[in-house]
Every structure is written in C-alpha cells, then in structure tokens.
Design a protein around this ligand. Structure first.
Ligand SMILES: [Fe+2]
Length: 314
C-alpha cells in the first residue's frame, strides 16, 4: 500500500503544483468549463455584508456562527460486527479566519467520547499562511483530537498543497488520492479510507481511479471535500461518503433551507445525512465561516458517525 500511495502522491503533487502556480482550476462539474477563478456570487456578498451591517443582523449572525452542535449519525452496515466503528468528523474550520470558539470546540470533542478515527474533510484554512500564530492554532485543534487509531485529512478547495507537510509533522495522515487501510482486527472486516483531493476546483482522474482501487471486503469510507463525487463513489461500492464544503449553505432561510448550496453537482446532498443507492453519506455543516463571518438558520457541527451491525436509525 505504501509504494502504491507514493505513486499517487507524486502524481497529485504535480497536478496541484501546476494548478496553484499557474492560477488554474479544474471544474469538471460546472456547466461553464471556461469559467475563470472567481466567486460567482461575489457581488452578492458585497451587497449582503453591507445590508447585514446596517440592519444589525450581522451581530446576530455572528453569535449564531459561534454555536457548535455535536450531532450523532447512526449507520447500519452488515460488514461491521459486534464492535461499532466510531468516526468523529470535523470540516471547514477556516482557522485563519479565527471565528471558532475553540474552548467550546474542546468541550464538544470531549462530549463525543471515544472514537476510532478523527477525520477532517478539508478547508482547515481559507488561504495558506506560514504565520506561526495561525499554525499553532491548527496544531492546537489537531491536539484536541484523540482517536484510537489516526487523524485523517483531505484537502479542500481553499487548502494549498503547502499545508500537507506541516499537517503530517503534526501526526495527521493526509490522503491525496490515496488509501489508508486498517487490517481486520477489532472489527469483523478491515477499514479502508479513500481520500481524494478536492473535486470542486482540483479534480483529476486519479480521484476516480483511487475509488476503483479500494477493495470490497473492506468497509470503505470515502473522504472528499464536497459531495460532487457521490456517483463515482457509489458505483465503486463505497459504503460511507463523508464530506463538507457547503457550510449547510451558511445563510439559510427559516426552517434551514439554503438557496445557495455552493456545489455544482449533488446539490440535494448539501447538508446532513443522506443516502444514494446503497451508500450512506454525510455533508457536514462545518465549523468555520467563509466570506462573511455569520450564519443564519444553520449551526456549526462536529459529527460522530457510529457504524453498527444493528437496525438503522439516524
Ligand atoms: Fe470548501
């Protein structure tokens, strides 16, 4: 597995470097393939920020953005035996923006209890920085996580290739179109985590190939920044698909429906637990904020996924 992963890492780095150095992106799921790097709702955000400020709603949205829920997602799988598999998911921390109440986060992580794996599904930063204060903040969050086995990370559309080395020095296993495998010992089958690069801006064919490399006798967990690879994952027998990116819309209407879902494909999977054919999925509402530090009718979350062989509920 290690030599196999080395080949994929090398190919990933070449593709990522080319995109980041040339300022290009790959938009396989956008109808306008020639779209330049720009935020399609950028002008709306300028107007929205101004509106929220003058109406006083910004302060309300900022208070809402500080809240964190611990959500438990119960999943059934015939592959898992008596001992349940517990995975704690964090996503979209945007730690350079400094908007998360880190003391509250510590308590929420402790409230989750014990778990076998911690996974972070991208956007740990909004933009790469070598600022030591921010990197210490990243390190402090990584140190909050106490999985029995490993902390795994996949890159988001905001993450640079430059974050991989510092995260690996902090003890995190970064999956860049790669597979992490735990042989069958505690569970009735082995576990494979298939981690891709972000498919929203940085899609390559290796994100599909790596799904094809995973083996069916393992319980297969895909870690992808966005839900946009759900069809590829399902057709390759992925059991559980964990992603984020959308912030559950960040600005939703009363009742929680968000008009802007921030994905090009799989818009119906923009938040919470979902199913596609035999595959379970979960799109985290994330922890941080982007563009405007506020949330309306959405709440930041960490999610404890508990996979058991029992009857299904969520
Ligand atoms: Fe993202």
């Amino acid at each position: 597995m290690s030599s196999f992963n080395k080949i994929y890492r090398k190919r990933w780095l070449q593709a990522r470097l080319a995109h980041e150095e040339n300022g290009t992106r790959s938009f396989p799921f956008h109808s306008d393939k020639k779209m330049a790097i720009r935020d399609p709702i950028g002008f709306l955000l300028v107007f929205l920020r101004f509106f929220l400020k003058i109406t006083g709603l910004l302060a309300i949205g900022r208070r809402q953005a500080k809240k964190i829920d611990l959500n438990v997602n119960k999943i059934n799988s015939s592959k898992i035996g008596i001992k349940p598999l517990r995975i704690l998911q964090l996503s979209d921390l945007h730690l350079d923006e400094g908007n998360i109440d880190l003391e509250l986060l510590v308590w929420k992580i402790k409230e989750a209890g014990s778990y076998h794996f911690a996974v972070i599904t991208g956007d740990i930063l909004t933009g790469w920085t070598s600022d030591q204060t921010i990197l210490k903040r990243v390190s402090s969050v990584i140190n909050m996580l106490k999985p029995e086995y490993e902390t795994l990370f996949v890159l988001g559309n905001h993450d640079s290739y430059q974050c991989v080395e510092p995260l690996e020095k902090m003890g995190v296993k970064v999956l860049t179109n790669q597979i992490y495998e735990l042989a069958a010992q505690d569970f009735s089958c082995g576990i494979q985590f298939i981690g891709t690069d972000d498919p929203h801006y940085f899609f390559t064919a290796d994100a599909v190939k790596i799904m094809q490399e995973a083996q069916d006798h393992f319980y297969k967990v895909a870690l992808v920044h966005t839900p946009e690879l759900y069809e590829v994952a399902s057709s390759n027998g992925i059991d559980l698909y964990l992603c984020g990116h959308t912030h559950a819309g960040q600005f939703a209407l009363p009742g929680g429906y968000a008009p802007l879902k921030r994905v090009y494909k799989g818009k119906r999977f923009y938040k919470g637990a979902w199913n596609f054919k035999k595959m379970n999925g979960h799109t985290s509402s994330g922890l941080g904020t982007s563009a405007i530090n506020a949330r309306f009718f959405t709440t930041a979350e960490i999610t404890l996924h508990e996979v058991t062989s029992g009857s299904k509920s969520s």
